[in-house]
Design a protein around this ligand. Structure first.
Ligand SMILES: *Cc1c(COP(=O)(O)O)cnc(C)c1O
Length: 379
């Protein structure tokens, strides 16, 4: 198949920017004209617009998604030695902040198909020292929050949702209600890293909660533990979203649902092309969540993954491996409690997954070119 003119990228931020360039450029210029770079009106406006969009009482912007997780854990008063359960198959940030705060990361496996944290495994991992569960809404789909919230209630645990990859995804509870990812647990944490579904043009993050007291504590910790200027009640951090990023995020938030629709359209194209293929398993859809497709991730069977990636690269098609190494086998997180073979699903996924280009600007010609080449190699 002849190559297509447009460069294929995992995430095409340039083409997306070109569509909103006039608005974005004017918004940035406006911040420059007002020189309110930190905590200006743009940050407050974005905060309240995101609260409305998510249907949550408090959004506290901060510097990035990793900080969001750290600040949430600090605000919940977790103490060194407390156990925090999270998924073995995730981006490192989730476990990193747990370890950084002297808490004990307790890893559990995920379920194949949806890549969701395995709730039965969470239950087995709970001990008297367990204080919190951190479900990760991986690749754009919610974890099983009904089951997780029920476990948390039974064992009196905090739930810190890592929704860095799933902002805007809707969770459909068995009680008939629908809530946005990150607004179900005690607290939700997200990232506005450029490649995330709601990405700014630098770093950014936010914390969500419906709890007034917790929101006040989070705000204080994100601002040097300060209640009144130069009065420090506790040790905090310095973590802020800057005004230029907030101004950009306000514009992109208006398009977020359209962005999710574009991602779903691309995912449906992939699904259809790879349906019932003996060597390719398409991502499963959880019945309790819609999907915002941060990533479109295939599981390969009897396919040489490196050779596939090399073949695709020779056709100018990028493909990435999220994630190649389970957390429990990462050098920094090695722990005598864990050994190879302990988390068979995650270990299998790390060896068999491949993520295809996924963003808001994929047209049919590009999708056709990508799928034709994947099928050509996997025939
Ligand atoms: C991106 C990401 C984070 C961290 O966000 P940053 O803004 O890069 O710090 C945390 N958790 C998950 C699952 C992520 O994908």
């Amino acid at each position: 198949m002849t190559k297509i003119a447009k460069k294929i990228q995992m995430v095409d931020l340039k083409s997306q920017y070109e569509k909103i360039k006039t608005e974005v450029d004017a918004a940035i210029q406006n911040v420059l004209d007002n020189t309110a770079f930190i905590n200006g009106p743009e940050v407050k406006a974005f905060q309240s617009e995101l609260e409305q969009y998510l249907g949550v009482k408090h959004v506290i912007p901060c510097a990035n998604g990793t900080d969001a997780l750290q600040i949430a854990m600090m605000a919940l008063g977790l103490k060194p030695g407390d156990e925090v359960i999270t998924a073995d198959f995730t981006y490192v940030a989730t476990a990193e902040v747990i370890a950084l705060l002297g808490l004990k990361p307790v890893l559990v496996d995920v379920v194949p198909g949806t890549f969701d944290i395995d709730v039965k495994a969470i239950e087995k991992a709970i001990t008297p020292k367990t204080k919190a569960i951190v479900p990760v809404h991986l690749f754009g789909q919610c974890a099983d929050m009904d089951a997780i919230m029920a476990l948390a209630k039974k064992h009196d645990l905090f739930v810190i949702e890592d929704t860095a990859q799933a902002i805007g995804a809707k969770f459909k509870s068995t009680d008939g209600t629908t809530k946005k990812a990150g607004t179900i647990g005690t607290v939700g944490c997200t990232s506005f890293f450029p490649s995330k579904n709601l990405g700014c043009y630098g770093d950014g993050g936010a914390i969500f909660t419906n709890d007034d007291q917790l929101a006040a504590k989070i705000r204080k910790i994100a601002n040097h533990g300060q209640s009144v200027q130069y009065v420090h009640d506790e040790i905090g951090v310095n973590s802020r979203l800057d005004s230029i990023q907030a101004a950009i995020l306000r514009i992109k938030l208006r398009d977020l649902d359209n962005y999710a629709a574009a991602r779903n359209k691309a995912a449906s194209f992939y699904d259809k092309a790879f349906a019932n293929h003996s060597k390719l398993t398409t991502p499963a859809r959880a019945k309790f969540s819609d999907h915002v497709f941060h990533q479109y991730t295939l599981q390969l069977k009897n396919v040489d993954r490196n050779a596939l990636r090399e073949f695709l690269a020779s056709k100018d098609i990028p493909a990435m491996i999220y994630y190649p190494i389970p957390l429990h086998l990462q050098k920094a997180y090695l722990d005598p409690r864990y050994k190879a073979g302990d988390f068979p699903v995650t270990e299998q996924l790390c060896e068999s997954v491949v993520s295809l280009p996924m963003h808001t600007e994929l047209d049919e010609e590009t999708l056709n070119y990508i799928t034709t080449n994947v099928l050509e190699f996997c025939k």
